[in-house]
Design a protein around this ligand. Structure first.
Ligand code: F6R
Length: 272
């Protein structure tokens, strides 16, 4: 795992966006896996800015979102479909027909999930998967106890996740109990996984994921088994890591040729 600790969410999101842009430059038809929630909002704003500056072209990219609530339509204010349109898609040049998000109103949910998996395979698999992390360690909506080999399917959200996400719904409006989510097995097949986590509320989940045992009780810990996982943190989210000094040192001392792993972007000299 590559652990990159930044001063604040803005600098972490900028760095992550430069990395995504470098991946797209290297492979213009890249398939991106996308997350929703509060965490990637700044990343998406940075990607939109890179597009405006002519530094990122999404015209040949395709995207697959991690998840969607069951029982709400694509225009519901809290739907992930609407979130993606508002926070990213309408600001960049990705073709709408190349963006896919599970359908929260699908009649045949198992059939829809199987078709989603097939569509990911038909697109050649996900090149880079963006992830957030729940305070309970979930990735996508794979709650603790999810099979580490799971595929796209229906999941029941924990009370904690529903409480955490109530802020995206209207006052008094219930948060759906179920979601369709890519499985942990699906996520692990992405060629690269980029997880972002910010703020003190994520510090315990981050420490468990990076330094705890690999366990279905802590779904994000599976990233320890991913050959190419990059974790972008702010100082607060990194607050409970035992080896944070080492992670900072590794990043600062990266030999020049290794920075090429990030598409030649020397992030800490971003001059914008
Ligand atoms: C969203 C998703 C979730 C979120 C996680 C963190 O598509 O899959 O795993 O990434 O719940 O949410 P925020 O960023 O709102 O704290």
């Amino acid at each position: 795992m590559e652990i990159i600790i930044c001063e604040n969410p803005t600098s972490a999101s900028r760095l992550a966006a430069l990395h995504v842009a470098a991946v797209i430059r290297a492979k213009p038809e890249a398939v991106l896996g996308l997350a929703t929630g509060a965490t990637p909002v700044a990343l998406y704003a940075e990607l939109a800015e890179l597009f405006r500056r002519g530094m990122a072209d999404f015209s040949r990219c395709s995207t697959f979102n991690l998840d969607e609530y069951v029982g709400i339509g694509r225009d519901h204010p809290a739907s992930f479909s609407r979130f993606m349109r508002e926070k990213l898609f309408r600001h960049i040049n990705v073709l709408p027909e190349n963006t896919r998000i599970p359908d929260g109103l699908a009649g045949d949910i198992p059939g829809h999930c199987a078709a989603y998996e097939k569509a990911i395979s038909a697109a050649g698999g996900i090149d880079l998967q963006i992830l957030g992390i729940g305070a309970d360690g979930h990735i996508g909506f794979n709650e603790p106890s999810s099979s580490l080999a799971s595929r796209t399917r229906l999941k029941t959200l924990t009370r904690k996740t529903r409480e955490d996400n109530a802020r995206f719904f209207g006052r008094g409006e219930p948060v759906p109990q179920h979601a369709i989510t890519m499985g942990i097995g699906t996520i692990m097949e992405a060629r690269e996984a980029v997880l972002l986590a910010f703020g003190e509320a994520k510090a315990q989940a981050v420490a468990n994921a990076i330094e705890g045992p690999v366990s279905a009780s802590n779904p994000a810990s599976i990233l320890q088994m991913h050959p190419r996982a990059v974790i972008f943190l702010d100082d607060l989210a990194a607050g409970l890591l035992q080896r944070s000094d080492y992670y900072r040192e590794v990043f600062e001392q990266k030999p020049h040729w290794q920075r090429g792993d990030f598409g030649g972007v020397v992030f800490w000299e971003d001059k914008r």
